[in-house]
Design a protein around this ligand. Structure first.
Ligand code: FAD
Length: 534
């Protein structure tokens, strides 16, 4: 028997399932194929304001209103208390190379704390993927998406009018014909494997290896703190994506509300040649031995499954589409989880793809001509992300440079979020000013200048001063949330005043900004800049 559908989606992670639902809402018949089953262990968990905004946009554009329950921590907790989640108030970075320097004047050398939301209610989330992804699959089936798990593709052929698959499930073969296949396999096991596509190295980000796991009984990071703080922090710094910067890489810790911590490391392979072939347990223990405060945190910790290893995190696929298939951005390439860029890139891709697919367009071969354009946009966004993250890796050995350079990312994404929330997506059509050639070039030039200054021969303090000035000049036109690289403190609060002051940068009036803040529950008074002092 042959099943005929408009769209086949390969891979039922959040990306594939969301794509399947979007295609279904566009009127297509959809089959979602998963080689494994749900619930399953999965990482890639931390959202950002832009991730949540894009999820909202997809909810509105494609009539999927239930998604709105999941775009803020408070709403998620109230409406779906049984789906596990973590509270993310911002990005916290701690530099383990200089933590011993307890002098508060050296704060820029020690930490960077960037609030993304002014209170818990409207905060971002960490997705507990096994709950979230299974929930999405159930929702997609309610919308009429056909779902086959434990299913592998044994044969695949491209034809002029579509794609033909032979599937095997529980030893039984079936045939499927689709007008288009969307590869949401999350990496290298979908079309790349079928067509033996090669994965190229990234241009700027060094090759990294990953180890990760989910842990119970992890002590709070703040227990290990000895520094005296003069002011209240922008938020309790563990209610965040916590980044521990170590020699030759970084370690993430994401704490979930039920107490489990997702933790892992991204390590520059060339700087860990001695351990790169070791088991994930040995690599993890090696990291804990080298970093006493992390060792303290994880002293009693137990993993809920054996630690896992990713031999190579970053890659770019040699190509991402054919006449009748296309990969999601999360399959076409990945840089590094450092700035939680995976979800917004994927969601941008899903949003764009949704516009191209309808039964009518597919019958008319409409999307075929647009696929190469979509691929170009995706690779441009990936390249910009690579250059941004590569610059952060290049500057990691001087935390002040790293922290200052990262403000380029934060000001770019907050500019993007604000302009989109004001209905001015044309000011920021793509990720990190992609789609705006002049601004993209300016960002690339700025990043290149930072790398040159970092590697150059200026005295240490003069070097940092020069990098601060370069970043300040670059972010000024888009710096609407007050991320001042010349600030005496590396703590950045989420409050409305800078937005009101900088309204002109998003071509808006103060009234428009106030309206936007009210719509998002971010009006004056909603700020809890009162996080307890440690
Ligand atoms: C270490 C690490 C940490 C990350 N952290 C973050 C983060 O904090 N924030 C962020 O925004 N992004 C992060 N990312 C990126 C993020 O994980 C991805 O963007 C996201 O998971 C993509 O989700 P997805 O649903 O597309 O793919 P996945 O979650 O990978 O799901 C793919 C699904 O496809 C199935 N599959 C695979 N091959 C086939 C096949 N041939 N046929 C059928 N099914 C198949 C798999 O079983 C799986 O269920 C991280 C990535 C890595 C590597």
């Amino acid at each position: 028997m042959t099943i005929n559908v408009d769209v086949v989606v390969l891979g039922a992670g959040f990306g594939g399932t969301l794509t399947a639902m979007v295609a279904s809402r566009r009127g297509c018949s959809v089959l979602l194929i998963e080689k494994g089953y749900h619930p399953r262990i999965c990482i890639g968990e931390s959202t950002t304001p832009l991730t949540n905004l894009l999820l909202e946009e997809i909810a509105h554009d494609y009539d999927l209103p239930f998604l709105l329950d999941f775009t803020q921590w408070g709403r998620w907790k109230r409406k779906h208390p049984s789906l596990r989640v973590g509270l993310k108030r911002g990005f916290s970075f701690f530099n383990h190379q200089k933590l011993a320097e307890a002098d508060s004047k050296m704060a820029w050398n020690r930490e960077l704390i960037v609030a993304a939301s002014p209170n818990d209610n409207v905060a971002d989330t960490h997705w507990w993927r096994s709950d979230w992804d299974s929930y999405l699959v159930k929702q997609s089936m309610k919308l009429g998406v056909g779902y086959m798990d434990n299913t592998v593709i044994s044969n695949l052929a491209e034809h002029q009018d579509g794609i033909e698959l032979e599937l095997i499930r529980a030893g039984i073969k079936s045939q499927v014909k689709a007008r288009i296949l969307i590869d949401a396999s999350g990496g290298k096991t979908g079309m790349a494997e079928k067509l033996s596509l090669s994965q190229e190295k990234l241009r700027h980000t060094p090759e990294t290896l990953g180890v990760y796991g989910h842990f119970e009984h992890v002590k709070p990071w703040m227990d290990t703190q000895v520094e005296k703080r003069q002011r209240k922090l922008p938020y309790p710094p563990e209610n965040a994506a916590v980044h521990h910067i170590v020699e030759g890489g970084w370690i993430w810790c994401l704490r979930f509300d039920h107490g489990t911590v997702s933790a892992g490391a991204s390590l520059v392979t060339s700087k860990h040649e001695d351990i790169q072939h070791e088991s994930p347990e040995i690599i993890w223990q090696h990291l804990l031995r080298k970093h006493p405060r992390l060792a303290h945190m994880f002293a009693q910790a137990k993993t809920i499954y054996p630690l896992r290893k990713i031999p190579r995190i970053g890659y770019r696929m040699e190509r991402m589409h054919g006449d009748r298939w296309i990969m999601l951005p999360s399959v076409a390439g990945f840089v590094d989880p450092l700035l939680s860029t995976g979800f917004p890139l994927t969601l941008h891709g899903i949003k764009r793809l949704g516009r191209l697919i309808s039964p009518y367009q597919l019958a008319k071969n409409g999307p075929i001509h647009a696929l190469s354009n979509l691929a170009k946009i995706t690779f441009d966004e990936l390249a910009l992300s690579d250059e941004m993250i590569g610059t952060l890796f290049a500057t990691m050995n001087d935390f002040r440079h790293f922290a200052t350079a990262s403000l380029l990312y934060f000001s770019n994404v907050s500019f993007s979020e604000t302009s989109r929330r004001l209905g001015k997506a044309y000011l920021s059509p793509g990720f990190l000013c992609s789609g705006l050639p002049g601004q993209s070039l300016h960002l690339k030039n700025t990043l290149a200048t930072i790398r040159d200054l970092h590697a150059g021969n200026l005295p240490r303090d003069a070097k940092w001063g020069a990098i601060q000035q370069v970043v300040k000049d670059a972010v000024d036109p888009i710096n609407i949330v007050g991320l001042d690289p010349l600030s005496s403190s590396p703590w950045f609060y989420a409050n409305p005043e800078p937005l009101l002051k900088n309204a002109h940068k998003v071509r808006a009036s103060q009234e428009e900004i106030q309206g936007m803040l009210a719509r998002c529950g971010l009006s004056n008074g909603a700020t809890d800049a009162s996080a307890p002092m440690p």
